[in-house]
Design a protein around this ligand. Structure first.
Ligand SMILES: *[C@@H]1O[C@H](CO)[C@@H](O)[C@H](O)[C@H]1NC(C)=O
Length: 378
């Protein structure tokens, strides 16, 4: 089965990456007894079920000796991509196939790793592991992020240039979540979130998993006349938690947009004077929301012949259950924002509450609310 093989290749690749990174920081790390490795290798070769996540925690990656044969190339064989658009390069490097399983990865980012004394999110991080036994769960630090991106996006150098050029850690953290999900899929969630329920329960049973490639939640549905003082968009999709299959067109599109804008600003010398108030629009919920609405109204992906009007915020306001648009499932505000006490969000003990985000001051202006997030250093 192609899919399971791909999942295995991905798993082996990730293990190797972590091994290389670990090695480069600790040249003294020992080599484990070879029978451990033999076991791992053979179980990898026999594993035929793509639903089964890679079983080895990445810490074990340090046990794989360097002599181990290289995994199959992750990206397709080279062809001359230099004249392709960024969007086409991304599609070529990471083709989207809705008919696969959601990869069993949980990605988080923080300036410290869970093994470091400074790591202050042990409880939050544990909630994700507890709810997702068998998933590969990674907290990616700055250095690791840069190295992963170099490997994953070697064929799309402008993406790497844009990532390097982003002037603020919070912008890099935003960009990274789209990039890792586009390359590997799975779940991204901010380090300060608690998993209330397993992602296995996020989709209602009647929706076949092989028809969904992106699961998103609502961050804000401010039904009040002065909403624009508080939010950039009347309906705002949240990007602190996202589940995706690799190569999803929404991710491809937002990566292309951020790359383009960043490099345009870099070339015109405006990046240096980049102001805080633009941050939300530049990489955060505003551009995320716009990209998703553009996707919903994109004739390349949706048959628009019978539609009488564009899909817009009115299709998502006041939602109490999940709603499906093509291959995207939109969860109600309660799912990723329970307990905020407004905008129709119910409490964290509601059956639709999946992720808890400790987000103080929801009714502060966005620029102020995001000050705390700038501590997310990448
Ligand atoms: C950004 O996109 C515009 C419109 O497609 C294009 O003309 C421009 O060359 C792009 N800029 C960069 C730096 O890629």
């Amino acid at each position: 089965m192609l899919n399971s093989r791909r999942a295995l290749v991905a798993a082996v690749f990730i293990l190797i990456v972590f091994f290389l990174i670990t090695r480069s920081h600790d040249s003294s790390s020992g080599v484990a007894p070879s029978n451990t490795n033999t076991e791992k290798t053979s179980s990898s070769n026999n594993g035929g079920n793509a639903a089964d996540p890679p079983a080895d925690p990445p810490a074990a990656a340090a046990e794989i000796p360097p002599e181990k044969p290289k995994p199959a190339p992750v990206q397709k064989p080279r062809k001359d991509m230099s004249r392709m658009s960024t969007y086409d390069k991304l599609a070529y490097a990471y083709p989207y196939d809705v008919d696969t399983k959601f990869p069993a990865y949980i990605w988080q980012t923080w300036k410290y790793g869970p093994a470091q004394a400074e790591f202050a999110f042990g409880e939050q991080e544990a909630s994700w592991s507890d709810q997702h036994p068998g998933f590969v769960h990674e907290v990616i630090t700055d250095e690791v992020a840069v190295n992963m991106l170099r490997l994953f996006y070697a064929a799309v150098p402008e993406v790497l240039e844009a990532y390097q050029a982003l002037p603020r850690p919070v912008l890099k953290a935003d960009f990274f979540r789209y990039l890792i999900l586009h390359a590997r899929g799975g779940i991204y969630s901010d380090i300060d979130t608690f998993a209330i329920r397993s992602a296995v329960e996020w989709l209602p049973p009647q929706i076949p998993r092989e028809t969904v490639g992106l699961v998103i939640g609502i961050e804000a549905d401010p039904d009040r006349p002065d909403w624009a003082e508080w939010y950039s968009r009347r309906i705002q999709f949240c990007q602190w938690t996202i589940q995706a299959k690799p190569g999803h067109p929404v991710l491809r599109d937002i990566i292309t947009r951020i790359t383009n804008q960043t490099l345009e600003m870099k070339r015109s010398g405006k990046l240096a004077s980049f102001l805080d108030k633009n941050i939300v629009d530049f990489t955060g919920p505003a551009i995320w929301t716009d990209t998703i609405f553009d996707y919903f109204n994109d004739e390349r992906y949706f048959d628009m012949r019978d539609s009488t009007k564009k899909i817009d915020w009115k299709d998502f306001t006041g939602m109490e259950t999940s709603k499906r648009v093509g291959d995207v499932v939109v969860l109600p505000i309660t799912s990723f924002s329970p307990g905020v006490g407004q905008m129709g969000a119910k409490e964290p003990d509601d059956p639709m509450a999946f992720v808890l985000h400790n987000f103080e001051g929801t009714w502060k202006p966005e620029s102020e609310r995001h000050i705390g997030e700038q501590q997310v250093v990448m």
